[in-house]
Design a protein around this ligand. Structure first.
Ligand SMILES: [Fe+2]
Ligand SMILES: [Fe+2]
Length: 197
């Protein structure tokens, strides 16, 4: 069997779907490498800053690591802007969707909201509401997102910073995306791990 027998999904039988499930499992193993390749393509996106989007992503992750943050934080920092490629108007949600099955709920929430939180730094210059984050003031992860933006995101556009290369983060990305998706012991709903140690 090299392909399924059906041409419309409703006509598939158990053999077809067992076959597809096996293929999906195999394909899923390549997620980490595909994400690393996508990060490299960020190098060509969105010019005008003093560093590329890849440089910004690496610098965010480097700062997270040097702050003593854990793997979930470091990989989240590395991927937080990966949505820039295909979702320029909701890049934060796009990145959060990729991370959601594999990292702590806290990190997914912070990545999902970071675009709104970042407005405090430049909203007034682009006609957006600088206080957009206030809508989440009572949320348990509010301070975490504020810290993420202050220490790792808004600060990471510095070409003079000693940023670690993508290779440095490869093993961590593989570790995260090899986890069992939606494992409650990984998602740890409600748990807050510090961004700085
Ligand atoms: Fe962003
Ligand atoms: Fe960013």
């Amino acid at each position: 069997m090299e392909t399924v027998k059906f041409t419309a999904m409703k006509d598939g039988d158990k053999e077809d779907y067992d076959f597809l499930t096996e293929h999906e499992i195999e394909y899923t193993k390549g997620t980490a490498d595909r994400l690393l390749t996508a990060l490299v393509s960020l190098d060509e996106s969105l010019s005008g800053y003093q560093i590329t989007r890849l440089g910004h992503s690496l610098q965010s992750a480097t700062r997270a690591e040097r702050d003593g943050a854990d793997t979930d934080w470091i990989v989240s920092a590395l991927l937080h802007d990966i949505g820039d490629i295909f979702a320029p108007y909701n890049h934060d949600e796009y990145a959060a969707t990729i991370l959601k099955p594999f990292v702590r709920e806290q990190c997914t929430w912070v990545v999902e909201k970071h675009g709104d939180f970042q407005m405090v730094y430049y909203g007034e210059h682009v006609g957006a509401d600088p206080h957009k984050r206030e809508a989440y003031r009572e949320h348990p992860y509010f301070e975490d997102c504020a810290t993420f933006c202050e220490r790792w995101d808004q600060s990471s556009f510095d070409p003079a910073y000693d940023t670690l290369p993508l290779e440095h983060f490869r093993a961590r990305v593989h570790e995260v995306f090899a986890r069992t998706p939606y494992d409650p012991d990984v998602l740890r709903a409600g748990v807050r791990e510090p961004l700085t140690v």
